[in-house]
Write a protein that binds this ligand. Structure first.
Ligand code: HEM
Length: 363
């Protein structure tokens, strides 16, 4: 058995909080092994000052916890002996925040419009969104608890979803992860080294969203009993990639660009017309790009994907792709979108400032 990193190495990794972008979006330490996404609603009496106090408390709390410093609460012992384990906390605003807490409805960017569809309200939307992730599940649970406590009196939890990825060190370093359908998932993501990475992921909106990003959250159930009955060759045609290597069915290896025009000896398309990667590809969706960084979930007998997609503008990222997939996608037989949310995640904070400051206080 090859030696993996010592547990202390996993715990010792920390991600810097302050900077132009919130670090939970695109830092190379991501994705971590455990993720939690939750939404909060402001209480009816919360005004702009109260919102500012909450965002300051979340900013300080996030910076301290990410540095591995407990906040001096009764629950500090939960993480005694543990490092920050690459903890990141990312804060955002839902469409419904605008018009509340004295924020004018007109301050809401056009791109922050409620996503189409009818969703279970108990698991969707919300005024404030938080994404908390780390390589240790106890570290995540503690940060969730601390940040929820800091919101008391101003915002109440609306819903929360948790998920996981493979643990750091349990597989080949740098390999694309697999989802619970057994597919290599994340191959065709924009990469930090791509020249158009920032343009794809970070919002170009002026003002309070500068350096920010839009996050689409979907709880997508996988119908695994249905899926498991399908022969592997057919499963591969559903996605358009090989299940073992993740290579496109047009040939090559995982990173070989898909050749959507390639045909087999009988003249049929090697990547079928309804294959997921064809229907989702930027080339067929007016260049739509997004950074998909989700987590798997298991919730009783239900399993699936806690889909998280970051982009500069959902109207040029998630929305056109989802419209295409909703129309035709061989994967639809095997998945159900169950809950949905959209948040605008503002830019990062400088020391002494706080996340969302220029929205709350004005430029
Ligand atoms: C449970 C649901 C889903 C599963 C299991 C799934 C799985 C996959 C897999 C295995 C790939 C190929 C490898 C890769 O490039 O990552 C892929 C590609 C992709 N998926 Fe999904 N996906 C799901 C939902 C979605 C949704 C909701 C969207 C966006 C609306 C989406 C957008 C994409 C995009 C943009 C690609 C890259 C296409 C390309 O250019 O090759 N996927 N997905």
């Amino acid at each position: 058995v090859a030696a993996g990193p010592a547990l202390t190495d996993v715990g010792a990794r920390s991600v810097a909080f302050y900077g132009p972008n919130q670090p939970g979006i695109a830092r190379p330490e991501l994705p971590q092994a455990y993720g939690w996404v939750g939404a909060f609603d402001l209480v009816a009496t919360a005004d702009r000052a109260a919102l500012g106090v909450l965002l300051k408390a979340w900013t300080t709390g996030a910076a301290e916890l990410m540095a591995g410093h407990p906040l001096g609460g009764a629950d500090d012992t939960v993480v005694t002996g543990l490092g920050p384990a690459a903890l990141t906390v990312t804060v955002g605003f839902g469409p419904s925040l605008f018009g509340r807490a004295g924020l004018p409805p007109a301050a809401r960017p056009e791109a922050l419009a409620p996503l189409p569809g009818r969703w279970d309200p108990l698991r969707s939307d919300g005024d404030l969104g938080l994404v908390i992730a780390a390589d240790d599940a106890v570290v995540v649970a503690h940060a969730v608890r601390v940040l929820t406590r800091l919101a008391a009196g101003t915002a109440v939890p609306r819903w929360q979803l948790s998920g996981f990825n493979s643990a750091r060190g349990s597989g080949t370093e740098g390999a694309t992860p697999r989802n619970l359908m057994g597919q290599v998932d994340g191959t065709k993501n924009p990469r930090a080294t791509d020249p158009d990475f920032a343009a794809a992921v970070f919002a170009r909106d002026p003002g309070w969203l500068a350096g920010g990003s839009y996050l689409v959250v979907r709880r997508i159930r996988m119908l695994l009993d249905e899926w498991d009955r399908v022969p592997v060759a057919d499963q591969e045609r559903v996605i358009g990639r090989r299940k073992d290597s993740g290579a496109p069915l047009s040939g090559g290896s995982e990173r070989t660009p898909a050749n959507f025009g390639a045909a087999g000896p009988s003249g049929g398309l090697l990547i079928p017309a309804d294959a997921h990667i064809r229907r989702a590809a930027a080339a067929f969706n007016e260049g739509a790009m997004m950074l998909r960084r989700g987590f798997s979930y298991v919730d009783g007998s239900a399993s699936g994907l806690l889909f998280l997609a970051w982009q500069a503008d959902p109207r040029r990222g998630f929305l056109p792709v989802q419209r295409s997939l909703a129309t035709v996608d061989a994967l639809n037989r095997f998945i159900r979108h169950e809950a949905s949310a959209l948040f605008a995640m503002p830019g990062g904070a400088a020391p002494g400032g706080y996340i969302g400051q220029s929205l709350v206080e004005g430029p």
